[in-house]
Design a protein around this ligand. Structure first.
Ligand code: PLP
Length: 381
């Protein structure tokens, strides 16, 4: 048996195959909503809402290979991926267990939309390992978690949770957006479904909104069925841009990992920061777990500036290399304050109790030179 290609090769080629002579080296853009149909044919029609446009098929093929999944599907956003993956495995009356440490948009989707269709949800603090099992009821169908959390960069023990889902016959859905398949592949650790906001590392250039789900062919068939009905298929141009971005995924993630490690080590020596959250630091509570599960510690760093909101605002106002903007994982470094973005809905005391005091800065290290990112941060101090 030939060895499985590495992540760089998979990102560039998918599973390597010899193309026909004269065929283009790069997938062309099929900016077409529909495709000529043989007269009298009962075969499935080619229609871009159905997810069978060649650009949609090709990008999904590459992503499935990167996750080590049987199949994958791209949709119009990370939120669409999360919504459809859950609709695919849950029915009214079912119970979902979710990590408490999740993206705010996902939390709102669960609390407003999943509950509206009769799905009951229990939130578990992943630091309390025994609570996953304790939360299981006769109606529980699935557990959802984010492998690497925002903005404290906590690492959730996916194999330990997978033990619970296997024992109890539940589905384990993992949002691995912050890690990317270069740093962590949940299916290798017992997850059943991987969800990613392709807006982030997969595309990597801050110019596309997209999402993807990977897993067994039967789950992806169900997500595809729902996508055709609810309609959030990915546009061919967005699929093409994502495929183009994915070719450099391994290179970009390696650089972002290295830049974040350098920034975290530098920031740890500066008295202006009260705390530095990065799993690549030996001081991080999940350093050992991250070292065991991950191939890299990610490009995301949490920095807590002394002086609260006023200091953070002054600091961000002086940055020149780093862009003050939400989102993450582009080639350009981005910085945001959770108090104004992901954790805006919570009062300051509740945020502080979660470990996210005012003055918290979430830095997404891009692919610039580490020295320039650090110089920009140092200048702003
Ligand atoms: C962890 C995580 N999952 C999902 C999403 C949603 O992705 P999108 O903005 O592509 O819909 C985000 C967005 O920031 C995210 O951070």
């Amino acid at each position: 048996m030939t060895a499985r290609p590495g992540q760089s090769t998979l990102a560039i080629h998918g599973l390597p195959h010899r193309g026909a002579d004269g065929s283009p080296a790069v997938t062309p853009i099929y900016q077409s909503s529909t495709f000529r149909n043989p007269v009298g044919s009962l075969a499935e029609v080619g229609y871009t809402r159905y997810g069978n446009n060649p650009n949609q098929i090709e990008v999904a093929r590459r992503y499935a290979a990167l996750e080590g999944a049987e199949a994958a599907i791209f949709v119009a956003s990370g939120m669409a991926a999360t919504a459809l993956a859950h609709l695919a495995v849950l029915r009214p009356g079912d119970h979902l267990i979710s990590s408490r440490w999740i993206y705010g948009g996902t939390r709102t989707l669960f609390d407003t939309e999943l509950t509206r269709i009769g799905i009951d949800i229990t939130y578990v603090d992943p630091a309390k390992h025994r609570d996953w099992r304790k939360a299981v009821r006769s109606t529980t169908r699935a557990i959802f978690l984010e492998a690497l959390t925002n903005p404290l960069m906590r690492v959730v023990d996916v194999p330990a949770v997978a033990k619970v889902t296997k024992d109890k016959g539940l589905a384990l859905l993992v949002d691995a957006t912050f890690a990317s398949p270069v740093n962590f592949r949940p299916l290798e650790h017992g997850a059943d479904v991987v969800i990613t906001s392709a807006t982030k590392y997969l595309n990597g250039h801050s110019d596309v909104i997209a999402g993807a789900v990977a897993g067994t062919a039967s789950v992806i068939d169900e997500v595809t069925r729902l996508m055709r009905l609810w309609g959030p298929s990915i546009d061919p141009h967005a699929a093409w841009l994502t495929e183009r971005g994915m070719k450099t995924l391994a290179l970009r993630v390696a650089r972002a990992n290295a830049n974040a490690q350098a920034v975290a080590e530098w920031a740890s020596t500066r008295p202006e920061f009260e705390a530095v959250h990065y799993p690549g630091l030996a001081s991080h509570p999940d350093h050992a777990l991250a070292a065991k599960l991950f191939d890299g510690y990610s490009g995301m760093v949490g920095l807590v500036l002394k002086g609260g909101a006023a200091a953070a605002a002054r600091f961000c106002g002086h940055l020149k290399v780093i862009t003050h903007a939400p989102s993450l994982a582009g080639v350009e470094s981005l910085i945001s304050e959770p108090r104004l973005t992901s954790h805006k809905a919570l009062p300051p005391e509740e945020r502080a109790a979660l470990g996210i005091p005012d003055g918290f800065l979430r830095l997404s290290c891009g692919c610039e030179d580490a020295a320039d990112i650090i110089q920009d941060l140092a200048g702003a101090l």
